[in-house]
Ligand binder design. Structure first.
Ligand SMILES: Nc1ncnc2c1ncn2[C@@H]1O[C@H](COP(=O)(O)OP(=O)(O)O)[C@@H](O)[C@H]1O
Ligand SMILES: [Mg+2]
Length: 397
């Protein structure tokens, strides 16, 4: 069985995806799958070929995937009669070009953030009618949208922090109206976040109107909707991963927070040399797995069970498939928990949580591939067209 692993992509988390995908490809090989690596450049060009499975390439200055002998420009056609990758019109390499076999049994998007984790890529898979791993279109899209997600969690009776949000047009028209609304609802400090980014980018803590104004402006540069919620103090973070269906919860972790928030650097650059030019060289090879964390989280068995139950319900409420990591904030009192956000393609696939739960990385990716195949077979039982032709001329009796 051949698994096409997609990575890179048009996202600020491009480099993180390259690392996660190499970890996933290692695990898929151990599990006995054949690989078809597909690298998507930052500008959105697709390249396929075995040669792209080589982490060193991506930290080489001036790396051009088009120059690799074993790499071919490809695309996935939304035409359901194709159902596989096709060579890009500019992809042929000279006269003696031997077109590669581009068949994949299933697509595994190890893509984080925009154009990969947000439902856009999943929608291409749906149109092309190919099996794929992970959350579907709607779950991916809501999973990336912190504002919508909160509404769903609240409706499902899950504990979330209250929030106010504004869109770019409203904000530009009248920033002080939003600042006033926030101040009427929450005392400082508050947290400002772009609705659909990740990796703590443009997430900031504000102590007064001026900071709220500046930080909302900053967040608006990255997203067209920005949310504000009360900032917890002396809080802890707890994460739990879910796979399924059938649903299973991992052990919990407690990432260590340096200062007030987990920053991008803390998440990916721990132990690396500061000032390194290549984002990949700067990141530790183990990606998210290298973050300082305590596994299992040092909380009571009761609180652990409660967090696992909330994580499962959050996963179900969004209609997730495959895997997700659900992040929680644990308040200063040590027992009040809030669902913070979901990651439908978590960094390093949270394999370190599954290993600690007794499921090896190779077993984890096998389960995810099986889940993707199963979902595909379920889709076949949904009827998408009617066997009547409303355009046919009516029979005269
Ligand atoms: N309400 C809050 N109070 C205090 N800190 C917060 C709050 N929300 C988020 N943070 C901190 O900011 C970090 C990033 O926020 P998060 O919602 O997880 O967004 P991202 O998608 O960027 O990871 C969190 O890991 C946490 O450390
Ligand atoms: Mg987060």
């Amino acid at each position: 069985m051949t698994v096409a692993v997609l990575f890179g992509g048009r996202s600020v988390e491009h480099e993180v995806s390259v690392i996660s995908a190499h970890q996933v490809m290692d695990a898929l090989e151990v599990a006995g799958f054949s690989l078809l690596p597909i690298f998507i450049s930052k500008s959105g060009a697709w390249f396929a070929g075995r040669g792209l499975y080589n982490l060193k390439l991506y930290s080489t200055p001036g790396f051009d995937p088009g120059q690799l002998r074993d790499s071919h420009r490809v695309s996935l056609s939304p035409d359901t009669s194709t159902r596989q990758l096709v060579l890009h019109p500019n992809g042929a390499k000279g006269f003696f070009y031997n077109p590669p076999l581009l068949w994949a049994d299933i697509f595994f998007p190890v893509l984080h953030g925009t154009h990969g984790e947000d439902g856009r890529m999943q929608s291409l898979f749906e149109l092309a009618d190919v099996p794929y791993v992970g959350a579907g279109v709607e779950a991916s899209a809501t999973g990336m949208d912190k504002i919508r997600q909160k509404e769903i969690y609240r409706a499902a009776g899950l504990p979330v922090l209250d929030c106010l949000w504004t869109g770019r047009q409203d904000w530009n028209a009248n920033p002080s109206a939003f600042v006033k609304a926030v101040e009427a609802r929450f005392p400082y400090p508050v947290i400002v976040k772009p609705s659909s980014l990740g990796s703590s980018i443009a997430v900031s803590r504000c102590l007064n109107s001026n900071e709220l104004l500046q930080n909302t402006n900053l967040a608006m540069q990255f997203d067209d909707r920005v949310m504000v919620e009360p900032a917890l103090v002396n809080f802890k973070e707890i994460n739990c991963s879910i796979i399924g269906p059938p649903y299973q919860a991992s052990v919990c972790e407690m990432p260590s927070v340096d200062g007030d928030l987990l920053t991008f650097d803390a998440k990916y650059k721990t132990g690396s040399k500061a000032g390194s030019k290549s984002p990949i060289a700067g990141m530790s090879k183990s990606g998210m797995a290298s973050l300082n964390r305590i596994i299992p989280a040092p909380i009571s068995p009761e609180l652990t069970a409660y967090v696992q139950q909330l994580a499962t319900r959050a996963f179900q409420s969004l209609g997730c498939q495959g895997i997700a990591r659900i992040d929680f904030l644990l308040a200063e009192d040590g027992h009040t928990v809030f669902v913070n956000e979901i990651n439908t393609m978590p960094g390093s696939l949270s394999f370190y949580l599954w290993e600690a739960s007794g499921l090896g990385f190779d077993q984890l990716v096998t389960r995810l591939v099986e889940n993707g195949m199963e979902r595909f077979h379920q889709k076949i039982s949904t009827q998408f067209s009617l066997d009547v032709n409303l355009l046919a001329p009516a029979k005269s009796s």
